[in-house]
Ligand binder design. Structure first.
Ligand code: NAD
Length: 213
C-alpha cells in the first residue's frame, strides 16, 4: 500500500473524513468488507467518485469483496491524522465557542481543543467542558506553550480580521472561521470558512424549488 505524498483536493479530503466516520460505524456493526457502491449510497454520491477518491490515496479493493473496512479506516487515518495529534484553540468562548468545545472534545483522539481565549474578563480563568479559557492578550504565549497549530474563530464578525492576524503572528498553521466575515490570511496558513447562513439558504432554495413556491 503506497501513501501518496501529493496534496489531495479539498473535496477529496472532506469526503475521506466522511467515509471514515461511516466506515467506523460499519466496523462497529461487524462489517469487514464494503463495496464502492455501498459507500456511495451512504454519501449520496456515485461509486465512480468513491473509487476515484480511494485510488488517490493509493488503495484498491477486490472485485469479489470490495474494500477491507479496517484497512481503509487505518489508511485514511494515516492520510488525515498526525501521529501525535494536533492541538486546537478556540478564540471567542461565547455561545458557539462553548458549544464547539463541549461537542468536539473526546470525539477525535488526534484532534483536541486544549485552550479557549476570550476578551471578556468574566470568562477568563474559567474552565468550559474541561478546557481552560485564557485572556486573549495571552494568545501568543499560550499558543507557543501548548503547541497549538489550529485556531477556531468564534468572535463577533467585526473582530474576526484582527483575531486572524494575531493568530498568524502567533504562528498558527490552520484557521477555521465560523464568523460571517471572509478573511485574508497568509498563503502559508490553511483557511477554512464555515458559513452556516449559506448552508441554510441553500436548503431554503431547494425547498422553495421543490415546493414550487
Ligand atoms: P457570542 O457573543 O455569544 O460570543 C462571542 C465571544 O467572543 C464573546 O464571549 C466575546 O467576549 C468574545 N470576544 C469578542 N471580541 C473578542 C476578541 N477580540 N478576542 C477574543 N474574544 C472576543 O457570539 P456567538 O453566538 O458565539 O457567535 C460567535 C461568532 O460565530 C459570530 O461571528 C457569529 O456570527 C458566528 N456564528 C454563530 C453561530 C451560533 O449558532 N451562535 C452560528 C454561526 C456563526
Amino acid at each position: 500500500m503506497v501513501i501518496s505524498s501529493k496534496t489531495l483536493p479539498d473535496k477529496t479530503v472532506e469526503r475521506l473524513s466522511q467515509y471514515r466516520r461511516n466506515l467506523l460505524i460499519c466496523l462497529a456493526k461487524g462489517k469487514q468488507h464494503i463495496f464502492s457502491h455501498e459507500i456511495a449510497q451512504l454519501h449520496h454520491i456515485t461509486p465512480v467518485q468513491v473509487r476515484r477518491d480511494i485510488m488517490l490515496i493509493g488503495y484498491s479493493g477486490t472485485l469479489r469483496k470490495g474494500y477491507d473496512v479496517k484497512e481503509l479506516i487505518d489508511l485514511i487515518g494515516k492520510i488525515l491524522d498526525t501521529d501525535e495529534g494536533l492541538r486546537v484553540g478556540v478564540i471567542g468562548v461565547g455561545n458557539l465557542g462553548r458549544s464547539l468545545i463541549g461537542y468536539f472534545n473526546g470525539k477525535r483522539s488526534k484532534l483536541s481543543i486544549v485552550a479557549g481565549f476570550d476578551a471578556n474578563p468574566d470568562k477568563v480563568d474559567k474552565v468550559y467542558a474541561g478546557v481552560h479559557c485564557y485572556h486573549f492578550d495571552k494568545l501568543s504565549e499560550i499558543i507557543a506553550r501548548e503547541n497549538i497549530s489550529i485556531g477556531i474563530i468564534t468572535v463577533p464578525a467585526e473582530q474576526a480580521a484582527d483575531v486572524a492576524e494575531k493568530l498568524v503572528i502567533a504562528g498558527i498553521k490552520g484557521i477555521l472561521n465560523f464568523t460571517p466575515k471572509p478573511l485574508n490570511v497568509s498563503p502559508h496558513v490553511y483557511l477554512q470558512e464555515y458559513d452556516m447562513v449559506t448552508s441554510l439558504e441553500k436548503v431554503a432554495y431547494f425547498v422553495k424549488k421543490q415546493a414550487g413556491i
